[in-house]
Design a protein around this ligand. Structure first.
Ligand SMILES: [Mg+2]
Length: 145
């Protein structure tokens, strides 16, 4: 089953992401970048890394771009093979688009979603990232015991 980490400081957006994604995998929900880094580290230590991280950009304590750099550093530190690294979707308002583009160009993020969050757009991105098959079933196999 897919493991998703949803990172968003706006409760309504976090709830919406969860409602859309929890039919496609297990979702862990956190509210800022610092919690995202901690959740990612624990998942790596448990050898159950996230398949997808949905990451808001503007958040208190630690923003999405900085959190993502730290998460990628942890993945390298744990020697995670590139194909096992989390797919990362930046989720933010249009006024943050420059930040999202920079995150993509620097290779830290794989996709972006402009708010308002819409189910069709989000599901399309999941398919593009290889996290869903055309009929909506999860494709990725669980790791061996
Ligand atoms: Mg925010």
């Amino acid at each position: 089953m897919n493991r998703f980490l949803l990172v968003e400081d706006d409760p309504a957006s976090l709830t919406l992401l969860n409602e859309i994604l929890n039919t496609h995998g297990h979702c862990d929900l956190v509210v800022d970048g610092r919690e995202a880094v901690i959740a990612s580290r624990l998942a790596l230590e448990d050898q159950t890394p996230y398949d997808l991280i949905c990451l808001d950009i503007m958040m208190p304590r630690l923003g999405g771009v900085q959190a993502l750099k730290e998460i990628r550093r942890l993945e390298r530190q744990h020697k995670l093979p590139p194909d096992a690294a989390a797919k990362v979707m930046m989720v933010s308002a249009l006024e943050d688009s420059q930040t999202m583009v920079e995150a993509l160009y620097e290779g830290h993020a794989n996709a972006y979603l402009v708010k308002p969050i819409e189910k069709d757009k989000l599901v399309r991105e999941l398919k593009n990232l290889g996290l869903l098959t055309a009929n909506g079933a999860t494709r990725r196999q669980p790791p061996p015991e």
